[in-house]
Design a protein around this ligand. Structure first.
Ligand SMILES: [Zn+2]
Length: 184
């Protein structure tokens, strides 16, 4: 799946695909089409479809059935277009998986760890973030554990700079294990 980003700001956590219709109606010529926009939560809404709205307002009225299409198109455009799809970036997916590390069931935790490892290097930054900020010490502990699986200086640095300062001694113990873990 290709990476989708907001056409306005380039973020990719949640990207909505929004369709705006535009109508051209000029006596003997009427035309109905749509344009596709990809927008984040912050940049979706009417602003995404200003161009289609302008076309409808100026060109959409001047043929009998275009007139009716135009009313329909404008009403959906003024409501922010039609959201036909929403995609979540891999970072947001990893963040949701990290949340699961807080459950009690060991089997679920094991499966989740494997799922996170499948994201390879992409998982490192979300894991460091969780290690530094997550309220649940169990989530921080498993984040430290997973970071230990990476042969990466970024992961090691995160463990040292953030993990060693953890207020929970169990988390710190895991951080030390992760830092000294050697793959043969
Ligand atoms: Zn945006």
């Amino acid at each position: 799946m290709s990476r989708l980003v907001c056409e306005k700001c380039g973020t990719s956590d949640i990207v909505f695909q929004i369709n705006f219709h535009y109508i051209i109606g000029l006596i003997f010529y009427s035309f109905k089409n749509e344009r596709v926009h990809f927008r984040c939560e912050k940049h979706k809404g009417i602003q995404a479809g200003w161009f289609e709205i302008v076309i409808c307002l100026f060109l959409g009225w001047w043929a009998p059935h275009a007139f009716l299409w135009n009313i329909e198109a404008l009403s959906s455009n003024f409501r922010g277009g039609i959201i036909v799809d929403a995609r979540v970036s891999s970072v947001a997916e990893i963040q949701s998986l990290i949340e699961v590390l807080g459950v009690k069931e060991m089997r679920t935790i094991e499966k989740t760890i494997l799922a996170i490892l499948e994201y390879r290097d992409k998982a490192i930054e979300p894991l460091i973030e969780a290690l530094g900020t997550h309220k649940d010490s169990q989530v921080r502990l498993y984040s430290a554990y997973i970071l230990g699986e990476f042969e990466s200086s970024l992961a090691k640095e995160g463990l040292k700079k953030i993990g060693l300062k953890d207020k929970d001694s169990e988390v710190r113990k895991q951080v030390i294990k992760s830092l000294t873990f050697k793959k043969e």
